[in-house]
Design a binder for this molecule. Structure first.
Ligand code: ATP
Length: 940
């Protein structure tokens, strides 16, 4: 049956009462839509998607490629070369080739960039929000794309609203609507309102809008409009604009290009000036041709494309390590991380909670059972537990334990579901574990979650570290009510949270079954119990309740969390992730300091940190309270010694990052909550949790951890180092050859060898093909074994640091030295033969082949080629074979020879070129041996 839905975008939903809205959509607030309704509406309204503005339009991306100064200079070279050729009535081959290559370079850059933008957009989609929807009476988690009008959706703090909707329920629901209204402060929403039709967007407090952020509280809505029909769709400005920022490296490369262009222009002026001065104006034309070749030679035409590919490859490899890059600079800057600040729960631990013990003032209980299966027993541990007397089952649960179980069910937003023969939770694992506990105690969430009707609530937040609900207590079982002092309580307040904070708000407790005033001695005893449980690494929560008498008429407020009755503690096990211990050790070896920042108790934090090797026994722990009292300067003095921060609030995280950065650290910081966003933005690498993270935290992050696992951060850091090392590797390779070409060309006129050894076309061929292809292969080089045994790369370090600039110059000169030798020999030799210009092709071929040897030697900076496994980078071998073949085609295929202006080489010439190319390989390998010998001598 088709519901009588009026066109969703034209109805003033804010002026309708909840019941009318539901009626319009034929939606049942307790059951949600059925599958037929969903299918019908899906057909009518399509997926809940916004048509994405794909960042810059294609033509702008293409045009941007030509803003590059190097390409502009090449175009100028093309113009001059065309004028010279046309004047001599020659076909302007070089000029056309340069233009083609410039355009090809532009297309390549365009393809890479738009691919990178699309890939980033696709990656962003991967982390697109999941929503909790009620359909056919079941709460299901699904992709927000699947929402249809009429769906009943649960809203939780930290989420992004996935479609426009009318609120059915709201509890302290605060939403930031800056995406729509520009207003940064959150608005308090209220489901009970009915507003005049002319209320403006910002005043529609009973509606929620797609793309806005839930800052606090909870609610449910019925979806009114989806996709492009929503307010956000209508104004058609997308939140998820994909902007690819230039990475620091790309910026540095641009600077490098500018320097090279400036330098080469200077050189051109110098060579022409010196030539004209010594040989007069008659030499001008030849000098101009030499200069054109030099200008082309100095520009590493292939470099930008190779860098883009290296970064894109890095991004892909990181996804394989479960790290999803949201901002491209993170790929290369990850290698510079010196400190990783990590949450505990879920990142260092498994976040699979199970309550193992219960503690009232005078009794200790052990809870049996595994996982989230609500089957197991709550057994009393004998007072003098020597380990010999087994815990015993009691015929009835003592009153405080029964009340803890009821609190666990009532004060809880998670859902426990029996699906596919398995028990699963939807929501926070801490709360899931409590539902399981309640089930073991005989209070299964179904039906108790609905029996204890919620009348009001103050939701959990990491700042408050507790949660309270007011419930209707009239359905409590008679035997329990009979034990309650004062009998039937009417409404009840149930509270759970950080034990210290709950205890502060308690005035009474049960002892020996009797309710009495909470004495200072008992308070100390409870705190000691808390510490005892925490010290064993358990996550401890305190429980309390209070009869409210009358049902509350107004919203629950914090003042009502007073005069509570202390019930007891639950200790839940959240085992450390087994792989993290290793990851921590790798961090240390790599000079990276892991730091734990947790909202949990300091002893729990300490126990887990010790078991993972993050801190030593008795190490310094800074807790939130002490941190609050410290000035920023004092904190800066402490941060480098402290490895555990406990009971911290999200705003402390920001201070910790800032203090670490002030001390010169390069910080990666994890976060999942809404309020972690500022710290994530401030950190050098902000890391959001893919599974438990809120949409807001993901939006603020540079990287999303798909599996929430600390070990994946370390793996991604390693990949970051590999990317950076490989970039340095092929920069060395490419620029070394450029310098060699440049010197060789400049040397010819100085040595009195007439003619230009290399034409612009041949140089372009070398720079793009015979250098470019092996450089791409070098970008694929796997990690060197010691990549995580070196200190982090300094983020401000110049690309030429650590000997790279010196290497380029040195190898460039060596390259030129041998080539000039060969050039002189070949020139003399060729003059006696029938083809006096053959020497030029020998120089050209030798330079190309020498780069093949160089590429093979460049695979490692320290290991000799025969010490490396040849199979680990077959691309290098493939690229060497391919480019050598291509180079031979240029010499032996007539049309290509014509086009590239090469000359036929006989077997003897070719052998000379081959021998020469081996020389460079031997030289680079010799350098490695020399460095090794030098270090050994220094070490001995
Ligand atoms: P981390 O920051 O490492 O993830 P955490 O999960 O302990 O640690 P929070 O989620 O901020 O940090 O929790 C802080 C404290 O609040 C917990 O130690 C616990 O005492 C309490 N707490 C956690 N979850 C809940 C909850 N759902 N209801 C009530 N109290 C809770």
């Amino acid at each position: 049956m088709n519901p009588p839905i009026s066109p969703p975008s034209t109805t003033a939903w804010h002026s309708l009462a909840v019941a009318d809205t539901l009626h319009q959509f034929q939606a049942d607030p307790d059951q949600g839509l059925d599958s037929e309704q969903v299918a019908d509406r899906w057909r009518r309204y399509g997926p809940n998607e916004l048509e994405e503005r794909a960042g810059r339009p294609d033509w702008v991306i293409f045009a941007d490629q030509f803003k590059n100064l190097m390409l502009i200079m090449l175009m100028a070279v093309a113009v001059v070369s065309a004028i010279l050729d046309l004047r001599d009535s020659k076909f302007p081959k070089d000029a056309i080739a340069i233009v083609v290559i410039v355009i090809l370079n532009g297309i390549l850059g365009y393809v890479q960039e738009s691919r990178a933008e699309k890939a980033l957009a696709a990656l962003k989609k991967l982390s697109s929000p999941l929503v909790r929807v009620l359909r056919q009476g079941q709460v299901q988690e699904m992709d927000a794309r699947q929402l249809v009008p009429g769906d009943v959706v649960l809203l939780e703090a930290g989420g992004q609203v996935a479609a426009d909707g009318r609120l059915l329920e709201s509890a302290s629901l605060q939403i930031r609507e800056s995406a729509l209204t520009g207003e940064a402060t959150a608005v308090m929403k209220n489901a009970t309102l009915q507003l005049p039709e002319d209320a403006v967007l910002g005043d529609r407090l009973n509606l929620v809008f797609q793309g806005t952020e839930i800052i606090q509280g909870r609610g449910t809505m019925v979806v009114t409009t989806t996709g492009m029909q929503t307010e956000l769709g209508r104004i058609a400005t997308m939140l998820q604009d994909v902007v690819s920022e230039p990475t620091p490296l790309q910026q540095r490369m641009e600077q490098l290009a500018n320097t090279l262009v400036g330098g080469s222009l200077l050189l051109v002026v110098l060579v022409i000036g010196a030539g004209v001065w010594s040989a007069g104006w008659s030499a001008f034309e030849e000098l101009l041709e030499v200069s054109l070749s030099m200008a082309v030679a100095v520009v590493p035409e292939g470099l930008p494309a190779v860098i883009t590919v290296a970064l894109a490859l890095g991004t892909q490899r990181m996804v394989r390590c479960h790290a999803l890059i949201r901002k491209l600079p993170a790929v290369e800057t990850l290698g510079s991380v010196t400190t990783i600040c990590s949450d505990k729960t879920g990142t260092l631990t498994q976040n699979k909670m199970v309550v193992q013990s219960l503690q009232t003032l005078d009794q200790t209980f052990r809870v049996t059972g595994e996982g989230y299966v609500p089957e197991g027993n709550i057994l009393l541990v004998p007072q003098t537990d020597t380990g010999e007397t087994p815990p015993t089952a009691l015929p009835h649960l003592p009153l405080p334990i029964a009340l803890i179980c009821l609190t666990a069910v009532a004060c809880n937003d998670a859902l426990l579901q029996h699906k596919d023969q398995d028990w699963q939770i939807l929501g926070d694992p801490t709360e899931g574990a409590l539902l399981t506990l309640a089930g073991k105690g005989g209070y299964l969430p179904d039906p108790w979650q609905s029996k204890l009707k919620r009348l009001g609530e103050i939701p959990f937040s990491s700042e408050r570290k507790r949660m309270s609900v007011a419930c209707d207590g009239t359905q409590l079982p008679a035997d329990l009510v009979s034990q309650l002092p004062g009998g039937s309580p009417g409404a009840m307040l149930f509270t759970k949270g950080s034990p210290e904070l709950i205890l502060e708000r308690c005035t009474q407790t049960y002892q020996g079954g009797q309710l009495g005033e909470l004495t200072p001695g008992q308070r100390s005893q409870i705190l000691a119990q808390n510490e005892h449980l925490a010290a064993t690494g358990l996550r401890v929560l305190g429980f309390a309740y209070r009869p409210l008498g009358q049902a509350p008429t107004a919203e629950l407020v914090e003042e009502q969390e007073q005069g509570l009755i202390w019930l007891g503690l639950t200790g839940m096990l959240d085992a450390p992730r087994p792989e993290v211990r290793d990851a921590v050790a790798r961090c240390r070896q790599a000079g990276i300091r892991p730091v734990m920042i947790t909202g949990d108790h300091q002893l729990t934090a300490q126990a887990i940190a010790q078991s993972l090797g993050i801190a030593e026994a008795g190490c310094e722990v800074l807790d939130g309270r002490a941190l609050s009292k410290m000035s920023q300067e004092e904190l800066e003095q402490e941060v480098e010694q402290v490895s555990i921060y406990a009971r911290v609030a999200p705003e402390h995280k920001l201070r910790i990052v800032q203090a670490l950065q002030k001390r010169g650290q390069f910080v990666a910081m994890t976060g999942d909550g809404v309020n972690d966003a500022p710290a994530l933005k401030q950190a050098n690498i902000g890391i959001a949790m893919g599974i438990t993270g809120t949409d807001v935290s993901k939006e603020a992050s540079d990287m999303v951890l798909l599996d929430d696992n600390f070990a994946s951060i370390v793996a991604a850091t390693e990949e970051g180092r590999v990317v950076y090392t490989n970039i340095r590797r092929f920069i060395k390779y490419i620029l070394g050859s450029n310098v060699g070409e440049l010197i060789t060309i400049a040397a010819a006129p100085l040595l009195g060898i007439p003619g230009v050894p290399l034409t612009p076309l041949q140089i372009l061929w070398m720079n793009l093909v015979t250098d470019g292809v092996p450089a791409l292969a070098l970008a694929m080089e796997p990690a060197e074994p010691n990549v995580m045994q070196r200190p982090p790369i300094h983020p401000q370090e110049s690309i030429f640091a650590r000997g790279l600039g010196w290497y380029i110059l040195r190898i460039g000169f060596i390259f030129a030295f041998f080539t000039i030798g060969l050039m002189m020999w070949a020139y003399g030799h060729a003059q006696e033969s029938g083809d006096p210009d053959r020497w030029k092709t020998m120089v050209f071929t030798s330079l190309c082949l020498a780069q093949m040897g160089h590429a093979i030697a460049m695979r490692s900076n320290t290991q000799l080629t025969w010490e490396l496994n040849p199979l680990t980078n077959l691309y290098v071998w493939g690229s060497v074979i391919l480019t050598t073949m291509l180079q031979l085609l240029l010499i032996y295929v007539e049309p290509l020879r014509q086009f590239f202006g090469t000359h036929y080489l006989n077997a003897q010439d070719l052998s000379v070129c081959l021998v020469f190319s081996v020389v460079l390989f031997v030289w680079v390998e010799g350098e490695k041996l020399f460095v090794r010998w030098f270090h050994q001598r220094k070490g001995s």
